[in-house]
Design a protein around this ligand. Structure first.
Ligand code: NAD
Ligand code: WQD
Length: 342
């Protein structure tokens, strides 16, 4: 069975491609390389000892997307990762976010319908829950008004997919990720932030290796035990495996509704200070840090109730915080080696 992975050379797409190949699926990667590199496709091939077809195309261009399906007539399902994802940037250039994330999705849905591909897994985000009142959040928690244009694209995308699933032959699953971190155990693929990282884990590893002077810990006065915000960090390999389960669920016809939603998290929250100390303990490397003002838009705490995914997808996380920080560190050190060799 052949699966098209959009955003396939990106962080989560590349790890998912590996898990799909390991599970026996054929994979085609498509990406416009706006936030990733072509060599990542070769790395995926190296991990899986195979050649992975990669097509450089922009999903905003419906003709190019249609050609992908014409060239690979046997694509039966799609995992759609391709999107712009920086929350802060989306507040500066909201129209580009709406253009990219929504037009790409609508083109994809139309082309899938034209070509008879019926199964879609969509990358959604816990950002749709906003500042949830009741923790942990399960899938029945209200979807709140988005705190950023990026978050709004996820909310609107889910609605577009829900409505398409209700009126066409489309079967879909939206996966709401909490905070994906870490890297593949081979250290051949991982997160590659362009410029200064926004997210905590790459900022920690870049500080530990000396690329950044110190980590700014945004806020120490949140209503949490140590005053810093709590998130549900999930290893990217565990996250990737859930996508394989989602595709399998659809292809064997186990879906209870044509549109389903699952949270993907560990169910356990850690504060920023707990992440720093887990990193220092596991790696033996100190991370210089300073408290700074709160970052605008940050919420105090969120973590997942992922019991629906555990039950329905027959999936559970296998890797813990130590695996997350060590794999992120191994990946960072690999980047550094690569640069020094050049
Ligand atoms: P990423 O930037 O590493 O991967 C996304 C890929 O999509 C990139 O390789 C980029 O070049 C590509 N892309 C973007 N627009 C495209 C277009 N128009 N046509 C073709 N390719 C395009 O990001 P990621 O962290 O792997 O995230 C994957 C998905 O998961 C995104 O939809 C993101 O919103 C979602 N998500 C990510 C996180 C996270 O913290 N990383 C959390 C929740 C949800
Ligand atoms: C985690 C914690 C920061 C950097 C974002 C998106 C969300 C989802 C995942 C896509 C927060 C603190 C961070 C730093 C810090 N993405 N922090 N210093 O904000 O929970 O979620 O990525 O859908 O939509 O909003 O993740 O890693 O940026 O932050 O103190 O340099 O680390 O304040 O408490 P976040 P993050």
């Amino acid at each position: 069975m052949k699966i098209l992975v959009t955003g396939g050379t990106g962080y989560i797409g590349s790890h998912t491609a590996v898990e799909l190949l390991k599970a026996g699926f054929d994979v085609v990667l498509v990406d416009n390389l706006s936030n990733s590199y072509k060599w990542i496709a070769d790395r995926i091939g190296r991990i899986c000892d195979c050649k992975v077809p990669f097509i450089q195309a922009d999903l905003r261009d419906k003709g190019s997307l249609s050609k992908v399906f014409t060239d690979h007539r046997d694509i039966s399902g799609v995992i759609h990762f391709a999107a712009m994802k920086a929350v802060g940037e989306s507040m500066q250039i909201p129209l580009q976010y709406y253009q990219n994330n929504l037009i790409s999705l609508m083109n994809l849905l139309e082309v899938m319908q034209e070509k008879g591909a019926e199964h879609l897994v969509f990358s959604s985000s816990c950002t749709v829950y906003g500042a949830a009142e009741k923790l942990p959040v399960d899938e029945s928690s209200p979807v709140l008004e988005a705190l950023s244009p990026y978050g709004n694209t996820k909310r609107i995308s889910e609605e577009i997919i829900r409505d398409s699933s209700a009126t066409t032959s489309l079967k879909s699953i939206s996966l709401r990720y909490f905070n994906p971190v870490g890297a593949h155990k081979s250290a051949l693929i991982g997160e590659l932030p362009m410029g200064v990282p926004n997210n905590l884990m790459p900022y920690i590893t870049q500080t530990a290796i000396g690329k950044r002077d110190f980590l700014r810990v945004f806020g120490n006065d949140y209503p949490t035990p140590d005053g810093t915000p709590i998130r549900d960090y999930i290893h990217v390999t565990d996250l990737a495996k859930a996508h394989v389960k989602a595709i399998q669920r659809m292809t064997v016809g186990e879906q209870k509704n044509d549109w389903e939603v699952f949270n993907l998290g560990t169910g356990k929250g850690y504060s920023v200070l707990e992440i720093i100390s887990a990193f220092e303990k596991a790696t033996g490397v100190k991370v210089p840090w300073k408290f700074m003002e709160r970052r605008s838009g940050d919420i105090a705490a969120i973590w997942a109730d992922a019991s629906l995914a555990n039950r329905e997808l027959n999936w559970k996380t296998e890797l813990d915080l130590q695996d997350m920080v060590i794999s992120a560190w191994e990946w960072e050190k690999g980047q550094d080696k690569l640069k020094r060799q050049k």
